[in-house]
Design a protein around this ligand. Structure first.
Ligand SMILES: [Ca+2]
Ligand SMILES: [Ca+2]
Ligand SMILES: [Ca+2]
Length: 400
């Protein structure tokens, strides 16, 4: 009965093509040293990590993602860039890592502006370590090109207000810089801010097309994989009839009553394709072990008050639930979603069962497909990440 039209949609992941931009070799004409507003070179900024304010001119040479790692293609975010005195510099020890705060990300983030690579910019901010590396944080001005200002901008003027901020671990990327070293409630608070900043909210219609990309079958680009049943089904069979797949809210809509307006009801981090009939069987049940085998969804079990997903997605489900609890804190017009250790939560803004979800997070760690999905949502759709896919150990710190 399936005479299906196959649309071959190639998921066009915008991988920035790096043309070998041969920068014109320009002799940098340096402003005479006597001029008050001369910007620092990158070398000078690296040797002036005093916590004072400084203005630096340099070439954008990549995106730092760890102390010793600077990406020059396939950028992952808009939160940091690396500057050097030479546009072709590859040694990280000759680079200054610049924090890009939210107001500058749309103009200076490399994910959004890959063509900035190898161009000259001028940045004013605090000369202090970023990522355990020579850096500039909390920029107060970022402009393209070399500055020619004659205003008496302070250059490395010693101030007594240098704040000693903790430096980031070399193993963690810039996206989580403000969460590093924290635990428990303060980690949750920091992550809430990070994953709620600069987010693009999809429409419920937009979710259809996004799921065809985020949940594409790796072995068949015409299909999506259904979360619970694990079945590969044609992308074109999205809809509401028997045999179609539709949009499963892993955090059931009724648990917080958020519906399908832009917000939690359209958040791709917990939306997955599922067969219409199986989706209805899961209904709004909490998660727990046990019950009888679900017909048509091998490895899943259910009873009157709970749903047990198949082993391969137990951890995925847990991390989606934990993401929702951190992302939605009641400060944006929607309910404060939280995890508790019971079933039968009904329409309360809670989902259980915490003890099971903690175990499932450990039992089924993130795999390549789950990480890839997180990256696509970040780079192409919502511009936020599920921290528990990147750092599953944070689950126990916050919820354990
Ligand atoms: Ca049960
Ligand atoms: Ca899994
Ligand atoms: Ca919450």
């Amino acid at each position: 009965m399936t005479a299906q039209t196959r649309h071959r949609r190639r998921a066009a992941l915008a991988v920035p093509t790096l043309l070998a931009v041969l920068a014109l070799v320009v002799t940098v004409v340096r402003t005479p040293p006597a001029t008050a507003a001369t910007a620092l070179t990158v070398a000078q900024a690296i040797s002036s990590q005093t916590g004072a304010t400084g203005t630096v001119t340099g070439y954008v040479v990549g995106e730092p993602t760890a102390t010793d790692t600077v990406r020059t293609s396939s950028f992952t975010g808009d939160t940091a860039l690396a500057l050097a005195d030479s546009s072709t510099q590859t040694s990280t020890s000759s680079m200054l890592y610049v924090q890009i705060t939210s107001s500058y990300r749309s103009s200076f983030g490399l994910l959004t502006n890959p063509s900035l690579l190898r161009t000259q910019i001028t940045v004013t901010g605090t000369l202090t370590a970023y990522f355990s590396h020579a850096g500039l944080k909390s920029p107060t001005a970022m402009v393209k090109g070399a500055t020619s200002t004659t205003s008496p901008t302070a250059t490395a003027t010693a101030t007594a207000t240098a704040t000693a901020t903790a430096t980031a671990s070399s193993t963690t990327d810039t996206y989580y810089a403000n969460a590093l070293g924290k635990s428990g409630e303060s980690l949750k608070t920091a992550l809430h801010t990070i994953i709620s900043t600069g987010v693009t909210k999809l429409s419920y219609d937009g979710v259809w097309d996004a799921l065809k990309v985020t949940d594409q079958d790796p072995n068949n680009s015409s299909n999506v994989i259904l979360i619970y049943s694990g079945i590969s089904r044609s992308k074109t069979l999205n809809g509401g009839d028997t045999g179609d797949w539709n949009r499963e809210h892993v955090w059931a809509k009724s648990h917080g009553d958020f519906g399908t307006t832009a917000g939690p009801g359209t958040d791709l981090h917990h939306l997955r394709p599922e067969d219409v009939t199986i989706n209805a069987l899961r209904d709004n049940k909490d998660f727990d072990s046990g019950g009888t085998a679900v017909s048509g969804a091998s490895g899943n079990y259910t009873d009157s008050d709970s749903w047990e997903p198949r082993d391969a997605v137990k951890g995925d489900v847990a991390r989606m639930i934990f993401y929702m609890a951190v992302r939605y804190e009641g400060d944006d017009g929607f309910a404060d979603l939280e995890v508790d250790d019971i079933v039968n939560n009904g329409s309360n803004p809670y989902i259980g069962k915490l003890s099971k979800l903690l175990a499932w997070n450990t039992q089924d760690p993130p795999d390549t497909a789950e990480k890839n999905r997180n990256q696509i949502i970040y780079s192409t759709y919502q511009h936020n990440r599920n921290p528990f896919i990147d750092h599953p150990e944070w689950v126990a710190s916050i919820f354990g």
